[in-house]
Write a protein of this length. Sequence first.
Length: 271
Amino acid sequence: MQFVEITSSRNEAVKHVVKLRDRRHREKERLTVLEGYRELTRAREYGMRLTECFFAPEFFLGENEFPLLETLASEGVKVCRIPAFLLQKIAYRERPEGLIAVAEMKQHTLDDIPLRKNGLYLVAEAVEKPGNLGSMLRSADAAGVDGFILCNKCTDLYNPNVIRASTGALFSVPLAEASNEEAFDWLKRNRIRTLAATPHTDCIYTDADMTQAVAIVVGTEQTGLTELWMKHSDLPVRIPMLGKIDSLNVATATTLLLFEAARQRKWKRSE
């Protein structure tokens, strides 16, 4: 395997990876950072183009890393070996796995969302925390969601913490970024019912019919959904709260709603 040896933190390639911690640089260059064998493998499988890969074998967890590096090198990816201290410096994780790659970000539009008979969709409005967004993607993949629409985004999809929390689901779930109005019009145009999650309704989520084409719409934990969704959605639903707390973490609430939909559908994907 052909690779470049880097030993200094002053190396331009290393400094570039550090710059990509900043959202402004990621969005300007349309590049992001991936960490770990699973994330790199899934990103590559789902068509993301990797441009550089840095590795420190001291952190490898198994025997699959070197074959992956061989494959990446054969595909034209610049592969760089760096010392352990340097990989720790550029890693997001406290316990890095020895692989860090730079990858090109994809554009995601509503045209990327497949229309399926009785499809299940998720709409997330203004999710603020990367960890929550990543967990929601993970649950969306597990529940067989046909499309995930991120509206009025507060964090970028390719934040490395989103990628990490999603465990690679970012690459497997069909995605779109849109305004509230664009998403609402798309759903109405395609006759997809909207279920808005809110504590301000009598309808418990398990009583709602989620077997037809439906989009579950969730908002921020602090303020909930905006007026567009609350006023015009087909059905508001709530998750009963039996304690003193009046709301759940948005990722937890999303998981409950999605898996209720999957249960009603007998754990089958849309046709």
